[in-house]
Design a protein around this ligand. Structure first.
Ligand SMILES: C[S@@+](CC[C@H](N)C(=O)[O-])C[C@H]1O[C@@H](n2cnc3c(N)ncnc32)[C@H](O)[C@@H]1O
Length: 180
């Protein structure tokens, strides 16, 4: 797993953004602010090799849905091996969120996309379309290796709380962003 992740990084560092999958410590912090009892629809951007996807599916209700956007073909192929009827996978950019949600409104959007590697306009579009899609009191939860995109998050969402773990390669910030 580690090896194939590194290969994808070498092929396209800008898209993949990391040389290894997230650690269990980071995954725990990413999922900490999710109320799984009430989460009917969860969206995941950039699942990579699926470490957070699998943990989400473990914790989700049996009648909840997970909608996944992964732009990398090889990662997407791996995610498609997950045998669970609650998951829907799009081998597309998360920028196409609106096109596929129709009238569905997610309670949570979990993102591992390297925001710092997106153009300013793609970053703004991604955050705005996520904000629009979420239900009121919904959350956009993003990890990043720096606070470079914090202002974008603060300018889009109504409240942003910040967590941090040193126990990841590299150490990472978790931003849990509320739509009121
Ligand atoms: C840092 S990796 C995180 C992978 C995994 N979530 C983890 O925590 O180990 C970033 C992931 O985002 C994906 N990605 C990058 N840009 C994307 C986009 N615009 N839409 C969907 N996925 C994207 C990459 O292909 C990669 O799988």
């Amino acid at each position: 797993m580690l090896n194939s992740f590194f290969k994808e990084f070498i092929r396209n560092w800008r898209e993949v953004g990391s040389i290894v999958p997230s650690s269990n410590f980071l995954i725990k912090k990413m999922l900490k602010t999710i109320d799984f009892k009430r989460a009917k629809i969860i969206v995941e951007f950039g699942p990579g090799s699926g470490c957070m996807t699998k943990e989400l599916l473990k914790k989700m209700n049996s009648d909840s849905k997970l909608i996944v956007f992964e732009s990398n073909n090889n990662f997407c192929r791996r995610i498609k091996n997950i045998d669970d009827s609650r998951i829907t996978i799009f081998n597309e950019s998360a920028l196409n969120l609106k096109k596929h949600l129709n009238k569905q409104r997610p309670n949570y959007i979990i993102s591992g996309i390297p925001l710092a590697n997106l153009s300013e306009s793609d970053k703004k579009n991604l955050l705005l379309s996520s904000y629009d899609a979420l239900i009121p009191e919904g959350r956009f939860i993003q990890f990043q290796y720096s606070i470079e995109s914090l202002n974008n998050l603060k300018n889009t969402f109504d409240d942003v709380s910040i967590d941090f773990t040193i126990l990841n390669i590299p150490p990472a910030f978790v931003f849990s962003c509320l739509k009121k």
